[in-house]
Design a protein around this ligand. Structure first.
Ligand SMILES: NC(=O)c1ccc[n+]([C@@H]2O[C@H](COP(=O)([O-])OP(=O)(O)OC[C@H]3O[C@@H](n4cnc5c(N)ncnc54)[C@H](OP(=O)(O)O)[C@@H]3O)[C@@H](O)[C@H]2O)c1
Length: 267
């Protein structure tokens, strides 16, 4: 792994750094910097990576820059970054910031990668989408795979699909957290103690997702395997169908996609 610099040291940078260290990347190959130093100092102290005190120090000897501050910080970022990233790979996790915008901030980078991770990345179970303006060379593809692999799985998509991906895997964890809460509340309404309902909801989601991943078959097949005609599960599923559960999920994703398009329109 070449030297990787992190601009930003918040949740997303920490998730990626923890993942890289867990995969045996030497701490000496990683560095972070933030303008205030507020999050960079404790992150460096906890992980043993270098704490740079300027963007010049951050980029000195680095091959790759991971841009991991908030999207609104890009406009006011140090203009020196344009020259300091010359010849380097730049990987952005900034939600909604398009490749064309990133190219203006990092005009001399050898490649710019736009990514959309999700929060399960903080425990290595993330799903990240990424895109590039022009195909990466073989070694940069490996590098991007290793960097995003620190968060979990990754998939390359055309930039035109980034808002759809954001609506599915970016926001998706929130939909499932809401589903877990709804299942917990329904369990309580059905007569279970709140703690028991909570455990049942969480463990059922976890177990069902693990089974789905382990079996590698369509969710419909696993659903049908636990649904006897006119049985208990059948009664529940019929109510979901009567209230057009799939239509609701489709509307949810389309609403999120539309908002993502709106937010990234001029960025
Ligand atoms: N969290 C997620 O699940 C998720 C998912 C997808 C995409 N993202 C993207 O990830 C990015 C970071 O999110 P986050 O959750 O990690 O945010 P966060 O925890 O709030 O961290 C933001 C970081 O930006 C730093 N920062 C602020 N101004 C800066 C500047 N001028 N120069 C350098 N660093 C600066 C802050 O440093 P100080 O506090 O030390 O000043 C802090 O380390 C966002 O762009 C977001 O769109 C996050």
């Amino acid at each position: 792994m070449p030297k990787i610099a992190f601009l930003g040291a918040g949740n997303m940078a920490a998730a990626m750094i923890d993942g890289l260290l867990a995969k045996k990347t030497p701490a000496a190959d990683l560095a972070c910097f933030t303008a205030s130093g507020k999050t960079a100092a404790p992150l460096a102290a906890r992980t043993g990576i270098a704490h740079a005190h300027s963007v010049d120090e951050l980029l000195a000897g680095a091959d790759t820059l991971v841009v991991a501050f908030k999207p609104q910080h890009l406009a006011s970022a140090d203009p020196k970054l344009a020259t300091l990233t010359a010849g380097k790979l730049v990987l952005s996790v900034l939600a909604g910031k398009k490749l064309a915008t990133l190219a203006k901030s990092f005009p001399h980078a050898r490649a710019v990668v736009r990514t959309m991770p999700n929060t399960p990345g903080s425990i290595g179970a993330g799903m990240t989408g990424w895109c590039v303006a022009a195909p990466l060379n073989a070694s940069d593809r490996v590098l991007v795979g290793n960097l995003l692999g620190a968060l979990g799985r990754a998939v390359e998509i055309p930039e035109s699909q980034m808002d759809a991906l954001t609506a599915v895997s970016g926001s998706g964890p929130a939909y499932l957290f809401e589903f877990a809460a709804a299942l917990r509340d329904a369990g309580t309404a059905a007569g279970l103690a709140p703690d028991t309902a909570n455990t049942l909801a969480i463990e059922t989601l976890l177990g069902a997702a693990s089974l789905l991943a382990a079996r590698q078959i369509e969710p419909e097949k696993l659903r049908d395997a636990v649904t006897s005609p006119n049985g208990v599960t059948f009664a529940g599923l019929q109510r979901m169908a009567a209230r057009d559960f799939r239509g609701l999920v489709r509307e949810t994703v389309l609403a999120a996609k539309a908002r993502s398009e709106e937010l990234s329109h001029d960025s």
